[in-house]
Design a protein around this ligand. Structure first.
Ligand SMILES: Cc1cc2nc3c(=O)[nH]c(=O)nc-3n(C[C@H](O)[C@H](O)[C@H](O)COP(=O)(O)OP(=O)(O)OC[C@H]3O[C@@H](n4cnc5c(N)ncnc54)[C@H](O)[C@@H]3O)c2cc1C
Length: 263
């Protein structure tokens, strides 16, 4: 029995040719730590700002990790470090958050962010974590999905040992469980991706959430994986959204939503 948890460049993905690049423009993440920074420590800041988005998270000792995600075409022919700094500091809000900060290290990059993985074509092999596919970190928690997929895999592998059956058919039960648990989360992630890159749609959703803090809390709970995805991927949530848009409540933004800057 082989468990491949070797991540996005997993050995079995390469050997068996299981990677399926998603249609549409590829994305690249550029990341570096910044130092000498007075950062409001309670939050991770996500900024959507053409040509992509950033996640900024304090990592201790006056340091902040700043990740920039853009479509590949934007970095073509560019020197990555200079491009990264120009885009990060090209946004007013980021500039004010990073005032006085300096880069602590060379900019690192992770390419080909969006991919899916074809079903395992043989018995005796189980994939866990990023070897099963990728969820955009803006709209999903890869670490949770990895740990949870490992838990599900362990359960099915235990049964396989008990039954003495490591066939592809038997192990397909793991794939079924994974699909059942994660399918709606991936659907939600893809829907949100459509919204976040269209400014008017994105502003509309943020306004809706600001007026409906309960919906915002539910959405954050699902994205953060402490609520099941069907709390949001449901007719009921859609109806609540329509009701909220048609007869809005007064604006009382919860911190988690108001802290996410747009612009
Ligand atoms: C830019 C970016 C930002 C992200 N932000 C977040 C976030 O904020 N929150 C979140 O939850 N997730 C985030 N993720 C996703 C998260 O990092 C991954 O989903 C998670 O790390 C996957 O864990 P994993 O153990 O499956 O794979 P990995 O973390 O990739 O671990 C695989 C390990 O296997 C090792 N390995 C590879 N080949 C072999 C081999 N042949 N033999 C032995 N070992 C091998 C590798 O060295 C590595 O240590 C982000 C990802 C990216 C790219």
């Amino acid at each position: 029995m082989v468990v491949d948890a070797s991540g996005r460049n997993g050995l079995s993905l390469r050997r068996l040719g299981l990677i399926r690049r998603r249609k549409g423009p590829g994305k690249i993440a550029l990341a570096a730590h910044w130092e000498n920074i007075q950062f409001p420590h309670d939050y991770c800041y996500m900024h959507i700002s053409s040509p992509g988005y950033t996640g900024m998270a304090p990592v201790g000792n006056d340091s902040v990790n700043v990740v920039l995600v853009v479509e590949n075409r934007h970095v073509k022919g560019q020197e990555l470090g200079m491009f990264y700094q120009a885009v990060v500091l090209g946004n007013e809000r980021r500039q004010s958050l990073l005032a006085g900060a300096r880069l602590k290290e060379r900019v690192r990059s992770v390419g080909s962010l969006a991919y899916d993985v074809q079903p395992v074509p043989c018995g005796g092999l189980v994939l866990a974590g990023d070897t099963t596919g990728f969820i955009d970190p803006f709209t999903g928690e890869g670490v949770y999905l990895s740990l949870r997929s490992a838990q599900l895999a362990a359960g099915v592998i235990h049964q396989a040992f008990a039954a003495g059956d490591f066939s592809r058919n038997f192990l397909a039960e793991y794939e079924r469980q994974r699909q059942e648990e994660f399918c709606k989360k991936f659907i939600l992630s893809r829907i949100l991706q459509k919204f976040i890159y269209r400014r008017r749609w994105c502003d509309g959703v943020v306004t809706l959430l600001r007026r409906n803090p309960q919906m915002a809390q539910t959405l954050v709970g699902v994205i953060g994986d402490y609520l099941p995805a069907d709390r949001v991927v449901s007719w009921q949530f859609l109806l609540e959204g329509i009701r909220g848009a048609v007869s809005p409540k007064p604006e009382t933004a919860p911190q988690s939503v108001s802290a996410a800057g747009l612009g």
